[in-house]
Design a binder for this molecule. Structure first.
Ligand code: PRP
Length: 180
């Protein structure tokens, strides 16, 4: 079973639910009376998005983007490839990017740069997980679920070779599964 590949549960299902409710309350308060537009970065962010949006008490719309890094080149160039762009314009809208994890920061740094050029009224970030230790470019993050240590985590949207995204908790993968 997938769960047997997990060495340690870092964040339980209950802790995620509780923190998601707290974040949703803060977001609902901050965007009260505003036109809120959520942008989910596929694929990892989708599990968090669907739970977060169901806790929001403010009306909002949703759009999706998919990105991929240019392999090893990302480390030096910070260039991210857009696999799927947004369906709708974000001009004049209050945009909140929803992510599962911020690691080096390259993905969001690039996304913030290109989305800002499209003229949103505001542009903020909400991430469930933040690995500050791994950061290589500075990112101002407005809503953070959990700061986590630099461990190989899976579950709740996060994958290893496309598996484990469906685990209801965030866990540390057993090292023997990804170490040669
Ligand atoms: C993960 C995550 C972020 C990015 C963060 O996506 O969802 O988009 O990496 O890393 P960074 O801060 O180092 O740029 P991933 O590329 O694993 O794709 P996935 O969500 O489809 O699994």
């Amino acid at each position: 079973m997938l769960v047997d590949d997990v060495a340690e549960i870092l964040i339980t299902e209950q802790q995620i639910r509780q923190r998601t409710q707290e974040l949703a309350q803060a977001i609902s308060r901050d965007y009260s009376g505003e036109d809120l537009h959520l942008i989910c970065v596929l694929k990892g962010g989708v599990v968090f998005l669907v739970d977060l949006m169901r806790e929001l008490s403010v009306p909002h719309s949703v759009d999706f983007m998919a990105t991929s890094s240019y392999g090893a080149d990302t480390k030096t160039s910070g260039v991210v490839r857009i696999l799927k762009d947004l369906d709708k314009s974000i001009e004049g809208r209050n945009v909140l990017i929803v992510e599962d994890i911020i690691d080096t920061g390259y993905t969001l740094n690039y996304l913030m740069r290109i989305l800002r050029e499209r003229g949103p009224a505001s542009l903020r970030i909400c991430t469930l997980l933040n690995k500050q230790e791994r950061r290589e470019v500075d990112i101002a993050v407005d809503y953070i679920g959990f700061n986590i240590p630099n461990k190989f985590v899976v579950g709740y949207g996060l994958d290893f070779n496309e598996h484990y995204r469906n685990l209801p908790f965030v866990g540390v993968l057993k090292p023997e599964l990804y170490q040669a």
